[in-house]
Design a protein around this ligand. Structure first.
Ligand code: AMP
Length: 388
């Protein structure tokens, strides 16, 4: 039973193929620079195709051709399902769904909430549909895991009409990753998700936290867009809206504010570098130390808030590029959290262990490698099996 997952960007396509009996990843391909003069397809860090790829459909064609020539997959008609990452599901999609024309129209309608992502995700769906109208396609939304947030957590305290008419509320993102690591954490501690309260920290170039009570997300740090919450590589995270009003008055326009908040803030804004590895190398310099401290302080603040919201946690999970690899960030974030029963073992933390909690830590602190692709593949199997 083979399942393909697709993460379709405006000019790129990331494709993973799984054998879902063993959950083995059979291959991973990345097509870059679609629509540009020279596009490339990468397989195991090697360029296996270079040339013009005019559209996402052509990208799908070279992927199919590659998989077929290597005897990995005969053609797309032999797939059990294709699962797509779709960034915004709004309030409509509370779960992953089988794609049909209505679903496609709705994803398109939700493009106003995610103009950079949903149209690109849709291109991937349309390309597969053109290739094979028989293969079932499933849309897995970044937002749906957080559709369980209670109203008190998702409403902004602004004119209620803006929620009703414009859909301005907190949606949350990175849901596939939070959901995946929560399930993995439950397996590791040997309990059912329904018995656990978890705080999951997805710390990559984009970063978010989630409070998960008995399997359901009840709070998360990203909001109406993926800009709210934690400090990120180049996104500001939380900032007083009053500062934006002030800058507007000072002559900043939409473009300059968009650039400031999404591209030139966060770690990059604070010290000029968005890569935590670089920051750690130069940590003895004041600007880098400050950026590191602001990053960790914000996470710590959210852990405290989520402890309160959950009424205590059983498990704290670190995941994604920084969460999985930076012992220094994990150590700094967890320092002084004994009051919540969070104690990490410095040796275990530095030695790359999964369970880095001290023997007497009430909260299990785990480092779990995220895998959004396998989660999308599992969701696809779940959705398609239900209708078969
Ligand atoms: P992601 O968005 O999950 O791919 O995470 C990317 C980020 O992870 C990079 O920008 C780095 O800041 C960070 N990262 C990756 N490896 C390390 C490492 N060994 N130490 C610290 N940070 C890392």
């Amino acid at each position: 039973m083979k399942v393909l997952t697709i993460n379709s960007g405006s000019s790129s396509l990331k494709v993973a193929l799984f054998d879902m009996k063993s959950e083995k990843r059979l291959s991973f391909l990345e097509v870059e620079k679609i629509g540009e003069r020279v596009s490339r397809m990468i397989f195991q860090k090697e360029t296996v195709f270079e040339g013009e790829v005019k559209s996402h459909f052509e990208a799908i064609e070279i992927v199919e051709d590659f998989l077929s020539k290597r005897d990995i997959l005969k053609n797309f008609n032999h797939l059990f399902a294709v699962g797509h990452r779709v960034v915004h599901g709004g309030e409509k999609f509370k779960k992953s769904v089988l794609v049909d024309r209505d679903v496609m129209r709705e994803i398109e309608r939700l493009s106003s909430l995610a103009p950079l992502h949903n149209p690109a995700n849709l291109k991937g769906i349309e390309a597969v549909l053109k290739k094979s109208s028989k293969v079932p396609q499933v849309a897995v939304f970044d937002t749906s895991f957080h559709q369980t947030l209670p109203k008190e957590a998702f409403l902004y305290a602004i004119d209620y009409n803006l929620y009703e008419k414009e859909g301005i509320r907190r949606y949350g993102f990175h849901g596939t990753s939070h959901s995946y690591v929560a399930k993995e954490a439950a397996k590791i501690v040997g309990k059912s998700l329904k018995e656990l309260n978890l705080i999951t920290l997805h710390l990559g170039n984009g970063a978010s936290a989630a409070a998960i009570k008995r399997g359901k997300s009840i709070e998360t740090s990203m909001g109406f867009t993926p800009l709210e919450g934690l400090v990120m590589g180049s996104r500001s995270g939380d900032i007083d809206a009053g500062a934006i009003l002030y800058l507007l008055k000072k002559g900043f326009d939409f473009e300059s504010l968009d650039y400031l908040l999404n591209k030139n803030s966060g770690l990059k804004g604070l010290c000029g570098v968005n890569d935590m590895r670089e920051i750690e190398k130069r940590i003895d310099k004041e600007r880098f130390r400050e950026a590191f401290d602001v990053f960790c302080h914000r996470i710590k603040k959210y852990i405290g808030a989520y402890m309160a919201v959950l009424g205590g946690a059983d498990v704290l999970v670190f995941t994604a590029g920084i969460g999985e690899n930076s012992a220094l960030v994990r150590e700094k974030v967890c320092s002084g959290l004994d009051v919540f029963g969070i104690k990490i073992d410095k040796e275990k933390n530095r030695n790359g262990q999964i369970d880095i909690s001290k023997g007497d830590s009430k909260v299990k602190v785990l480092v779990i490698k995220t895998d959004e692709e396998i989660e999308i593949a599992r969701e696809s199997v779940r959705v398609v099996s239900k209708i078969c």
